[in-house]
Design a protein around this ligand. Structure first.
Ligand SMILES: [Zn+2]
Ligand SMILES: [Zn+2]
Length: 113
């Protein structure tokens, strides 16, 4: 007589002759082992550097507030970089245009051609 079981992975009911059998197929058993390995791995939060167990495979932050802070800081940094770059390129263009004896607007227009 077989024993009726529910596979913890696919939730399918199956009948087994062996008492130790938990999963309906070998594939289901392997899948759960893999899943467990992923979950047991600790990730380092990219914001506070704290260890955490990710609920999803690609999670990089321990909490929503850490993710929010990271995104905010990143956008601030980008904005600062863009401003810095824009400043540099503007002064560079201005310097060159002065050397060429052109006004800034004319120089830009010429270089766009
Ligand atoms: Zn199964
Ligand atoms: Zn964190």
């Amino acid at each position: 007589m077989g024993v009726k079981r529910i596979c913890p992975n696919c939730k399918k009911t199956f009948i087994t002759q062996k008492n130790a059998k938990v999963f309906c197929t070998k594939r289901c058993a392997k899948y759960l082992v893999k899943k467990k390995q992923k979950i047991n791995k600790f990730h380092l939060c990219q914001w506070c550097a704290g260890k955490f167990r990710p609920s999803e495979y690609r999670t990089k932050f321990c909490s929503c507030s850490c993710r929010g802070s990271f995104v905010e800081a990143l956008s601030l940094l980008r904005r600062q970089n863009i401003r810095k770059k824009a400043k540099n390129s503007t002064s560079e263009i201005e310097r060159r245009s002065r050397r060429a004896g052109l006004s800034y607007g004319v120089y830009v227009a010429v270089n766009k051609l």
